[in-house]
Design a binder for this molecule. Structure first.
Ligand code: ZN
Ligand code: ZN
Length: 197
């Protein structure tokens, strides 16, 4: 890879890269593309395809309500990747135990892997680098990180100069290990491995 001498942080945010992404296919675990726009999933290996609707990832389910026997308030929350909408709640006062309809919020990780926000499937481009999870939405995102790491001279300027975007710039929020010069060579090899997955 040719060394890039200069690199200007164009002020990209994660949102700029999250419009399409590679995930693990729910059918064959191969590489699937979730395309831009309608977010249809298309597997390049088994040709499985589906539209958004089902969540494969982890949830936090919670119930907060009064016991239907004695009226004492109780609450409970669990993290799970099972598809269910009810939670068992035991009353601390009368001991009544029953299932109540639960509310759920999607979690961004499942079994230690980063998942996408549409299907909850593991992002394809991810792996551990020196004990830290490192990931990219798509090859363009990976290439952006690679150019950043590969740059010998980093310009601090944000282009276009836009103060609103400045604080949300993705590069300003990268973990420290990516910014350390001594990691540069190893990190570039790691990015190459990710891309060849
Ligand atoms: Zn597949
Ligand atoms: Zn009760």
């Amino acid at each position: 890879m040719p060394a890039i001498e200069r690199f200007a942080d164009a002020g990209h945010t994660l949102d700029d890269f999250s419009d399409h992404f590679f995930v693990e296919c729910p059918s064959c675990s191969g590489r699937a593309l979730v395309r831009q726009g309608d977010h249809r999933l298309l597997c390049t290996r088994c040709h499985h395809t589906e539209m958004p609707g089902r969540w494969y990832g982890a949830w936090r389910l919670y119930v907060s309500r009064r016991c239907s026997v004695c009226g004492t308030h109780g609450s409970r929350s669990v993290e799970t990747d099972q598809q269910r909408d009810k939670l068992l709640l035991r009353c601390s006062e009368c001991g009544d135990e029953r299932e109540y309809r639960a509310q759920g919020t999607h979690l961004q990780r499942n079994k230690g892997l980063v998942t996408d926000s549409v299907y909850g499937l593991p992002l394809w481009l991810q792996g551990e680098f020196q004990g830290e999870l490192c990931w990219a939405f798509n090859p363009e995102h990976l290439d952006y990180l690679r150019r950043y790491v590969g740059a010998k001279l980093r310009e601090r300027g944000i282009l276009p100069r836009n103060t609103i975007r400045k604080n949300s710039s993705m590069l300003s929020r990268l973990p420290g290990f990516i910014k350390k010069a001594r990691n540069r060579e190893a990190l570039l090899r790691f990015f190459d491995q990710l891309e060849q997955r």
